[in-house]
Write a protein that binds this ligand. Structure first.
Ligand SMILES: [Fe+2]
Ligand SMILES: [Fe+2]
Length: 243
């Protein structure tokens, strides 16, 4: 079941919970002159996500489909969202465009962005941060400057079915999930990005799994990332690999 919640000034969280994965999958829609969809959900989720977008605006008006890194839950619907919107451009990191879209099965327009690049949506402005190795080489985050909303992809996630806004300190659960799944090779690049995010003073972090985290609660999560181990410890989704 998909739910839609407004989590900011004309910013909508579209969320579905997958009990067998103990994770929710969130997409964020910014309603503006040039609307943006941040993450698309997986390929099979397309019809549900599209219907949810249509409750807010005509999906054919989408101007930007933002893919922060190339995994099915971030990009599985990108081809169809872009094809169904005549003005739409796929936005990913410059590295992502170079290593993932080159000679791949995607024929639509692409804008590869570098650190500091800005995309104007109208009233909203998306500034991009390149965040390599958090958790992929091509990882990108978006910061909406007028509402100070951070879209950190898989950083600050919380497992299980969470409310649209999370006030609980689930920093230990977050780090535990990262360790078990093995999605970060090392703590260093992540902690460097945490240090870069703090001066931005985000009013919100909108992770793609779990609930949105308001500014007053976010320090719990940054503290966990600074103090707890969360890097790959030999397990992939809980399955130990031989030493
Ligand atoms: Fe991911
Ligand atoms: Fe994800």
């Amino acid at each position: 079941m998909v739910r839609i919640d407004q989590v900011g000034e004309r910013i909508y969280r579209i969320s579905s919970f997958a009990p067998h994965k103990r994770l929710s999958f969130n997409q964020f829609l910014i309603d503006d002159e040039r609307p943006a969809l941040i993450h698309t959900g997986t390929h099979p989720m397309y019809d549900d996500v599209r219907s949810a977008v249509a409750q807010v605006l005509d999906p054919a008006r989408l101007a930007y489909v933002v893919v922060p890194h190339f995994e099915a839950d971030e990009c599985g619907g990108m081809g169809r969202f872009v094809a169904a919107a005549p003005e739409a451009v796929l936005v990913c990191s410059a590295v992502g465009a170079r290593i993932n879209l080159w000679q791949w099965d995607y024929a639509g327009p692409v804008q590869g962005v570098e650190d500091g690049d800005v995309v104007e949506l109208g009233r909203h402005r998306l500034r991009f941060l390149e965040t390599p190795h958090v958790h992929h080489w091509d990882s990108l985050m978006a910061f909406e400057e007028t509402t100070r909303s951070l879209f950190p992809a898989d950083l600050f996630l919380q497992p299980d079915d969470q409310p649209p806004v999370v006030y609980e300190n689930l920093g230990a659960e977050m780090c535990g999930w990262y360790r078990e799944a093995g999605i970060f090779a090392a703590e260093g690049p992540v902690r460097r990005v945490v240090d870069r995010l703090e001066p931005l003073a985000p009013a919100w972090a909108h992770p793609m799994h779990g609930g949105s985290v308001p500014a007053a609660v976010l320090p719990n999560y940054t503290a966990a990332l600074r103090e707890e181990p969360f890097a790959f410890d030999g397990r992939l989704f809980g399955r130990p690999l031989p030493d």
